[in-house]
Ligand binder design. Structure first.
Ligand SMILES: Cc1cc2nc3c(=O)[nH]c(=O)nc-3n(C[C@H](O)[C@H](O)[C@H](O)COP(=O)(O)OP(=O)(O)OC[C@H]3O[C@@H](n4cnc5c(N)ncnc54)[C@H](O)[C@@H]3O)c2cc1C
Ligand code: SF4
Length: 460
């Protein structure tokens, strides 16, 4: 261990940008065994590991790094799967630079952080290839919990309940499970088979998964209250933020999630809306977060003739992960900073022909610590385009069955809950994006785990 002076951090190999743009396969290779163990040897094994606090799941990172360095991959697999409901997924999609790796002692001391995420993915994939599986106990109790929503919060809650021997029925309104892991995050970041594999294990462990089952429409929430010992609500934040600008419903104006979902449906050979074809079209994406990068990289794979990202702040203030920005740049996106949309320009058939923009400048910091954006008067300019995709974030949708059943929400429709993720209704718990607002898969997983622990405390 502590080999960080002799050994540099390496990243997993990436497919070349020209090649990877031709398909939706994941772009990163998984570490080779020698790479995973030698990279793990760089770990300092600090007594009070900051990486552990940087990880929302408080994974036993130094423990599984030490096991990997000692080539005890089975132990590493078990340790990693103990605290994390899907390490092979978080290893692929967590913004590690902001979480575990950002907190790594080496990084703080001016060295390069351990490649924690890539090693985490390696450990799981190595284990699966050797026939290891996440461990579950048999259903040892007569308790049953209903989980509403099959995204990361739902998967996590189900995992920890099943491990405690509690039965789970999961209700999902879509025709495939996984929430945004399936219909939001593109396949080039997270292969969908990786997501579906987890559901097979949950079903083997005794979970019943009911697809095409919308609670509040196909199933009454009251029925769940009557029939289950507890309920976990994890219905996500599904409503794309709109820009509220004239012509926003015109032909050629898309919201990010509609675009991504339809392309994913096309990829699944499901019925999808052909309006979202962007081949040979000029595309602009408004927004600077990870969803914007996903739209850009999807549009490039769909054969758009050009893709521009328009962002009202500068590169240093872009909210998304730098890794995803770099991938988008390598794949051919252009970036226009310090510019804000003013008017959607359409032709006589109500088809988009351009976007009138205005220059911006950054001024004093606001309460959140970010610099305010000011419009530069008289700085209008036009970007000609066929397609505009707005990637401005998500809100929680107002859901009638919550209020009707005494479950309190705030003014943003987020479900209110205490630190145990218990809502204002006894034995109704919540977590993920519908509780905290649009966020990260690992935070949804952490909520699901906390809620499962609270449910276990109350039921057993
Ligand atoms: C394009 C995009 C890219 C992202 N990239 C990343 C990333 O790289 N890394 C990262 O950590 N996070 C990323 N995120 C965020 C992450 O996906 C979410 O924070 C996470 O999925 C939230 O999990 P959840 O379980 O709360 O909700 P969701 O994943 O939204 O799942 C909610 C589920 O509930 C279902 N549902 C809703 N209402 C009902 C009902 N009434 N009855 C039954 N089912 C219902 C929905 O159909 C859905 O399947 C991304 C998000 C998007 C949109
Ligand atoms: S779950 Fe995410 S934050 Fe935690 S160790 Fe894994 S990659 Fe890092």
């Amino acid at each position: 261990m502590q080999n960080f002076i002799n050994l540099e951090r390496i990243e997993p190999r990436k497919r070349g940008s020209n090649q990877r743009k031709k398909d939706y396969n994941e772009i990163y290779e998984i570490f080779k065994t020698t790479e995973a163990s030698s990279q793990s040897e760089r770990c300092v094994q600090c007594g009070d590991p900051y990486c552990n606090s940087g990880c929302p799941l408080h994974n036993y990172i130094p423990f599984w790094l030490r096991a990997t360095a000692k080539k005890d991959y089975e132990l590493a697999f078990r340790l990693s799967n103990e605290t994390n409901p899907f390490p092979e997924i978080t290893g692929r999609i967590c913004p590690q630079d902001r979480l575990c790796e950002g907190a790594c002692t080496l990084q703080r001391d001016g060295y390069e952080a351990i490649t924690i995420g890539s090693i985490e993915t390696y450990i799981s994939e190595y284990g699966f290839n050797k026939g290891l599986k996440p461990e579950f106990s048999k259903l040892t109790t007569n308790k049953r919990v209903a989980i509403v929503g099959s995204g990361p919060a739902g998967i996590s809650c189900a995992t920890f309940l099943l491990r405690a021997g509690i039965g789970v029925d999961m209700f999902e309104k879509a025709n495939r499970a996984g929430g945004l892991l399936t219909y939001g995050i593109p396949n080039f970041k997270l292969d969908k088979e990786v997501v579906f594999r987890r559901f097979e294990w949950l079903k083997e462990a005794g979970m019943n998964l009911y697809l095409n089952s919308e609670v509040g429409k196909d199933i009454e929430f009251k029925k769940l209250l009557k029939e289950y010992d507890a309920i976990f609500i994890a219905i996500g934040a599904e409503q794309s933020k709109k820009i509220n600008m004239a012509n926003e419903d015109s032909d050629g104006v898309f919201l990010a999630i509609d675009f991504l979902k339809n392309i994913q449906r096309k990829y699944f050979n499901e019925e999808y809306d052909k309006r979202y074809h962007v081949a040979n079209k000029r595309v602009v994406v408004v927004g600077g977060g990870d969803t914007a990068m996903d739209c850009i990289r999807t549009a490039l794979r769909e054969g758009a003739s050009s893709v521009k990202c328009l962002y009202r702040r500068d590169l240093a203030n872009m909210p998304g992960s730098k890794k995803e920005y770099k991938n988008a740049l390598e794949e051919g996106a252009d970036f226009v900073y310090l510019s804000s949309p003013k008017e959607i320009l359409i032709d006589k058939d109500s088809k988009v022909v351009g976007l009138k923009m205005q220059k911006t400048k950054l001024s004093k910091k606001d309460e959140s610590g970010r610099q305010r954006v000011e419009i530069v008067e008289g700085s209008d300019f036009i970007i000609e385009t066929d397609i505009i995709i707005f990637a401005l974030g998500f809100d929680v949708k107002k859901v009638d069955f919550l209020e009707q059943n005494g479950i309190k929400t705030n003014k943003w429709n987020e479900i209110l809950a205490d630190e145990n993720r218990q809502s204002s209704q006894k034995l109704v718990f919540t977590g993920g994006d519908c509780f905290r607002g649009s966020d990260l898969a690992v935070n949804a997983a952490s909520d699901g785990k906390i809620a499962a622990e609270s449910i276990i405390d109350q039921l057993l």
